[in-house]
Design a protein around this ligand. Structure first.
Ligand code: SAM
Length: 282
């Protein structure tokens, strides 16, 4: 049973850069046995290997992750399950270059860099750009990433394989979220619309938009407005993101929104989340 009042994470999600067998034996050495339901991890000394996101595992909160050699070497990264979904939707190719348009603290950048040739990571905030640099350094991925400390919308579009757009949002899906006024939601939605619109000007095959918000105003409604924009509609269509994931976008907002992914806080093992995938029309 999921504790209703618990405010923090229920299980610890970790991304481990090793093959599945090596990960399993590393986790077994910690005294954990395998389970096929993430919910078991809340109650027993077990680990769960996710069926949706490769190299992602749920382990009990009691494991002291920071003491593990794999954490110290940067092979193991703590990352919420939902936060791993955008890069999984992107399906990065080893020889290709990608953009992370809103990169700090760098969870998605590091996931993207591990699976591709090169990442250009934009972060407009100077302090957060430094955090991003430290995180990539610890993950030993700095040499694959070019950090541009600037406003992504001020960069002239160029050719890349794909872009991740994970802009600032209300954070209403995260633990201990504070409430948000309708005015704030409107202004966030407008900002989100413009940043994705800029990403859709690039010569790319795929753009993945995500938020850690549960509000339709920042999610399906932003996607609907983009799809109704003529310059977007002529070049982009909504892709069917992570088709096996059962929880889908709200189709009451627009027909086709079920191609988007929704993640419910706690019920799906972590934070609340939304992701949409724009694919270039051939
Ligand atoms: N993708 C990150 C991760 O998974 O670790 C989290 C990104 S956080 C939700 C949003 C980030 O985008 C913030 O660090 C913020 O400073 C940055 N940001 C917001 N607007 C931006 C812009 N116009 N250009 C570049 N970065 C921006």
């Amino acid at each position: 049973v999921i504790a209703e009042k618990q405010e923090g994470p229920l299980v610890r999600w970790v991304r481990i850069r090793k093959d599945s067998q090596e990960c399993a034996s590393m986790l077994e050495k910690l005294g954990l046995s395998r389970t096929d339901k993430w919910e078991d991890v809340m109650k027993s000394q077990v680990f769960y290997e996710d069926v949706y996101v490769p190299q992602l595992f749920a382990i009990p909160m009691s494991i002291k992750v920071a003491e593990l050699p794999e954490y110290k070497s940067g092979e193991l990264i703590i990352q919420d399950r939902a936060s791993c979904i955008p890069v999984t939707i992107m399906d990065p190719q080893p020889g290709k270059t990608y953009i992370d348009s809103c990169a700090a603290p760098g969870n998605k950048t590091s996931q993207l860099a591990a699976q591709s040739k090169h990442v250009i990571a934009f972060e407009r905030d100077k302090k957060r750009a430094k955090t991003l640099q430290n995180m990539l350094d610890r993950a030993k991925l700095l040499k694959k990433v070019e950090i541009r400390q600037m406003d992504f919308t001020q960069c002239d579009p160029f050719e890349v394989e794909g872009l991740i757009v994970d802009p600032s949002c209300s954070g209403s899906g995260i633990f201990r979220a504070t409430s948000v006024t309708p005015e704030r939601l409107n202004s966030l939605a407008d900002f989100q619309f413009h940043i994705v619109l800029h990403a859709l000007k690039f010569d790319a095959k795929r753009v993945v938009y995500s938020t850690c918000s549960i509000h339709k105003e920042e999610n399906e409604m932003v996607v609907k407005r983009l799809l109704e924009t003529p310059e977007v509609a002529e070049k982009w269509k909504l892709g069917n993101a992570l088709p096996n994931w059962p929880r889908r976008g709200f189709k009451e907002v627009f027909d086709g929104a079920e191609k988007c992914v929704r993640v419910n806080p706690k019920e799906d093992g972590g934070i609340g989340f939304f992701a949409a995938c724009f694919d270039r029309i051939d």
